[in-house]
Design a protein around this ligand. Structure first.
Ligand SMILES: [Zn+2]
Ligand SMILES: [Zn+2]
Length: 247
């Protein structure tokens, strides 16, 4: 089974592998007992980071995730009733995916932009970020403003993305394709080759038997985290490139 420490460990290992500098933070919300992870990432050394784009990756790990990570779906059954084999608790399809929030920003300080050029920057950023992201399901660009000499001036360019990881789904990564292949609520389409890359070897050998309480997310998550981190590198580069274009 997969623990909070496994997920953060896979992420940090993948970040190091693709050359991202990572600053992780961990804490516990003592009211909800949710565990939280937030990690600021950037390319290159910390000294130059002020003028480059950064990404904060965060997720929270609820008490249900903890129960599942310790005992699997059987733990949920034990909590409510006597065990029986066809209980829907053992079919973890309904358990929400782990959502990674990716929040990018690039400081615009010292640069002046017209409203039109800011608008075209954000549109171009959205396009480039979507092009370079194999795993994210939503891309929302924005501009933060600050009050300077009695007028509003752009402070930073931002971008929000999300990645859903179906870690408790009985079919693992293939669970993502269950509802509607390649098309998600965010309206973003995944590249078609994405599904081929993660077809399980066992499936090709005709052994697609799924053990409901043992989806083995630890087997595919390290690979997926490398993809996520690679996407982050591409979007950080796109963000810097968009802003260095001539006005
Ligand atoms: Zn740093
Ligand atoms: Zn049950």
């Amino acid at each position: 089974m997969l623990t909070f420490e496994d997920v953060t460990g896979f992420f940090l290992k993948a970040a190091a592998e693709v050359g991202l500098t990572a600053h992780p933070e961990y804490w516990i919300n003592s009211r909800t007992m949710e565990r939280e992870f937030a990690c600021t990432c950037h390319i290159g050394s910390c000294e130059q980071v002020e003028n480059s784009s950064i990404c904060t990756v965060s997720f929270s790990w609820g008490s249900l995730d903890t129960a599942l990570s310790l005992e699997g779906p059987r733990g949920v059954c034990d909590f409510f009733h006597e065990p029986h084999a066809d209980c829907p608790h053992l079919r973890t399809r309904e358990i929400p995916a782990l959502v990674l929030d990716l929040s990018y920003s690039l400081s615009l300080k010292g640069t002046t932009f017209s409203e039109e050029s800011l608008l075209s920057l954000t549109q171009m950023l959205r396009l480039r970020a979507s092009e370079h992201s194999s795993r994210t399901i939503e891309t929302r660009p924005g501009v933060t403003l600050t009050l300077q000499d009695h007028r509003l001036a752009p402070e930073s360019l931002t971008l929000q993305q999300r990645v859903e990881l179906p870690i408790w789904h009985p079919e693992g990564l293939r669970g993502l394709h269950e509802s509607s292949p390649y098309q998600y609520s965010g309206g973003q389409t995944l590249s078609p080759d994405w599904s081929h890359r993660y077809n399980y070897e066992e499936e090709e050998e005709g052994e697609a038997e799924i053990v409901a309480d043992d989806p083995h997310p630890e087997e595919w998550l390290p690979r997926v985290m490398v993809d996520v981190c690679q996407d982050i590198v591409h979007v950080l580069e796109a963000l810097s490139a968009v802003c260095s274009l001539p006005d």
